[in-house]
Design a protein around this ligand. Structure first.
Ligand SMILES: [Zn+2]
Length: 286
């Protein structure tokens, strides 16, 4: 029993300590990304700079300790990227230090055509008012992410069924209205149990105009997962859920062209490809 306990402790110690390249303070970490992708980035921080502000372009990003003088952040590049390179810096008082050198390669997204109910495109005055009200409510909620991660293992896809629409497709609705699909659609009949993609706190559980029955989970560090078009919501706001816990049943509610699960990943304000978060989180928990 004692030995087993020792093994378990060793295991959890291994799971949390990440091997990172030794770096000297002042050395720039170089990272390459693409529009709609997130990168897990570890960087050295000099003693006394642990609480410094990490700023990339005009965004202040949350960062967390990795041990051995290293910290990490999940850095998302917007789908609407202008592909220009930038440097992230730590700011403390009047001092600044560049820590990450970011470059962006282009990515070609495909186009798809869809038919949806006309009323979900040309909104009535009432629907428009509702959609705008919800947008303001969500914008406020998205400012409430926990400073540190809730999760202690990699992210997983909510379903492993056939993907009917990948992230980033440029969409033409009813041959007229254009937008982008900034999530992943999984084939799912009405009533399929939907697990949480990782541990987190339920930020929203309810009904929205566009995504119908919706669950939003805050994973901490401004990382959120969104589950849409649900037939039934199984969790309550404020509840902490573990990876794999059933949070809802799939459905066909909101602006939907058939039963499926829409899974979105939003990271500090930008929807990114959820699979890039899955891949990158494996670097944090190798
Ligand atoms: Zn979708």
């Amino acid at each position: 029993m004692k030995y087993l306990l020792f093994l378990l402790m060793m295991n959890s110690a291994c799971a949390t300590s990440v091997k990172v390249e030794p770096m000297k303070p002042g050395e720039l970490v170089t990272v390459e990304s693409q529009p709609g992708f997130v990168r897990w980035v570890s960087f050295p921080v000099q003693e006394g700079w642990e609480n410094a502000t990490l700023q990339c372009k005009d965004q202040k990003l949350k960062h967390a300790p990795l041990g051995q003088g290293m910290r990490f952040a999940y850095i998302a590049e917007t789908y609407h990227s202008d592909l220009s390179a930038f440097k992230c810096k730590l700011i403390q008082g009047k001092e600044e230090r560049e820590v990450i050198d970011f470059s962006i390669k282009p990515f070609k997204y495909k186009e798809e055509k869809l038919k949806v109910p006309f009323r979900t495109i040309k909104l009535s005055k009432t629907d428009l008012a509702r959609a705008q009200r919800e947008q303001r409510m969500l914008a406020e909620l998205y400012t409430k992410s926990a400073a540190l991660p809730y999760f202690n293992q990699p992210f997983i896809a909510p379903l492993d069924s056939y993907i009917t629409s990948i992230y980033g497709n440029r969409r033409v609705y009813n041959n007229a209205h254009k937008s982008q699909h900034l999530g992943t659609d999984f084939r799912a009949a009405i009533g399929v149990p939907v697990p949480a993609t990782n541990r987190g706190r339920v930020l929203f559980a309810g009904d929205l105009f566009y995504t119908g029955g919706t669950v939003i989970i805050d994973h901490g560090m401004d990382i959120f997962s969104v589950y849409g078009h649900l037939s039934e919501v199984k969790v309550q706001e404020g509840q902490v859920v573990n990876r794999g816990d059933i949070v809802a049943l799939s459905g066909n509610t909101g602006r939907s062209s058939g039963p499926h699960l829409h899974w979105g990943v939003k990271i500090h304000g930008d929807y990114v490809n959820g699979y890039s978060l899955i891949d990158e989180s494996k670097k944090q928990f190798p």
